[in-house]
Ligand binder design. Structure first.
Ligand SMILES: NC(=O)c1ccc[n+]([C@@H]2O[C@H](COP(=O)([O-])OP(=O)(O)OC[C@H]3O[C@@H](n4cnc5c(N)ncnc54)[C@H](OP(=O)(O)O)[C@@H]3O)[C@@H](O)[C@H]2O)c1
Length: 340
């Protein structure tokens, strides 16, 4: 079948400097080719706006993959199958996958996930019910395993991963301390997500507040941001503690990345820094979602998200907002096909 619709695809225009924004991206119009046997066409409703994109657009090889100037921007989309030459996918089904930032995507079905909207709304399949939530789930229940009476510190606490990690740690019975930017986000963490304490890192006395909140030191530091926030917190790591290295958002924008100076406390406290990548758990996503669906149904788990309406060309502006901390939960770009 031929298509009169034309596609909009987002490309990286240049290597970003500092906080990335519209200046780093370019939209190209492209025809939608006729589907071959086995292919399907997906109309994108949501694009996931991930902090990690800033890491993989750096002019260096710190992560598993890279996006170079001239490449289509990597990203996950969730949308509806609108044409199908693939017997496994029917027109009208909702799917998500890492198909790049574009309005329409052609797929052969490999790596696509079907989205059951009875379990979670479509956008959440890119956020709390998607990779962000799964990252938090396995980092908490498999890598950290907090017990009642233990204390966990989560930085980047109001973000896509952090907002889920805090809820999971509460479900595990731990005392949960969150660090984020601004008093509104702190209030939201405590009032809406059940964090025990939330600390605004933009306040000068934030470290003192952390010392007061953790009189028995920290059994876990769930690190999303790295930098000075991690460095100061390391002074409070507890005996046999785990510093779960989930991400280093503050360093992704830095020309020269900086490691922690207070690592010496790891030795004194017999603690360790542990790397973590969610893709190692891909074979267990179904198991995690089963438990999550129960908690969602019982009202014990929320799927926070912040959707900005726009088109593919608005991605850069939304990405900049993410780095300025505008989001509570997962930042999404909601495309016109998703409706109002
Ligand atoms: N290991 C894995 O498998 C895995 C999987 C997914 C994501 N990640 C990582 O997890 C981290 C969080 O990702 P996400 O998608 O959930 O992003 P996110 O936390 O939703 O968004 C980024 C947040 O970072 C904060 N931030 C920005 N610049 C900062 C700075 N200089 N210092 C401190 N905080 C800053 C902002 O919130 P504030 O208002 O609080 O500043 C912003 O809202 C990222 O580092 C990502 O790479 C890892």
């Amino acid at each position: 079948m031929s298509n009169e619709r034309s596609n909009q695809q987002l490309f990286l225009a240049r290597v970003p400097e500092g906080i990335s924004g519209p200046q780093d991206f370019a939209v190209r119009e492209a025809p939608i080719p006729t589907l071959k046997e086995g292919q399907l066409l997906i109309e994108s409703h949501y694009v996931g706006v991930d902090a990690a994109l800033r890491l993989i657009t750096r002019d260096s090889d710190e992560f598993l993959f890279r996006v170079r100037p001239g490449d289509m921007v990597r990203g996950s989309i969730a949308g509806r199958v609108i044409e199908s030459n693939n017997p496994s996918f029917r027109v009208g089904e909702f799917v998500n996958g890492s198909l790049g930032v574009q309005r329409y995507a052609i797929s052969d079905g490999a790596g696509l996930e079907r989205c059951d909207l009875q379990l979670a709304p479509l956008g959440s399949w890119l956020g709390g019910f998607g990779v962000s939530g799964l990252t938090a789930y396995f980092a908490i229940f498999d890598a950290c395993k907090p017990q009642p009476g233990q204390t966990i510190l989560i930085n980047g606490a109001a973000g896509a991963v952090g907002s889920m990690a805090g809820q999971f740690a509460k479900l595990a019975g731990a005392k949960v301390i969150g660090i984020t930017g601004g008093p509104e986000k702190c209030k939201w963490l405590v009032d809406e997500l059940g964090y025990d304490v939330a600390i605004d890192y933009r306040q000068k006395d934030w470290y003192q507040r952390l010392v007061e909140a953790a009189p028995d030191r920290l059994d876990f530091i769930f690190d999303n941001v790295g930098g000075d926030i991690l460095d100061q917190s390391l002074k409070l790591i507890g005996m046999n503690g785990i510093v779960l290295m989930c991400g280093s958002t503050s360093q992704y924008t830095a020309e020269d990345m900086k490691g922690p100076a207070n690592y010496i406390w790891l030795g004194t406290m017999r603690a360790r820094i542990q790397g973590f990548v969610v893709f190692d758990y891909a074979h267990r996503y179904g198991e995690a979602r089963k438990r999550m669906a129960k908690w969602i149904a019982s009202g014990e788990l929320k799927l926070p998200e912040h959707a900005e309406k726009g088109d593919v060309g608005d991605f850069g502006a939304v990405f900049e907002k993410l780095y300025r901390g505008a989001n509570r939960g997962k930042m999404l770009l909601k495309l016109p096909a998703a409706g109002s």
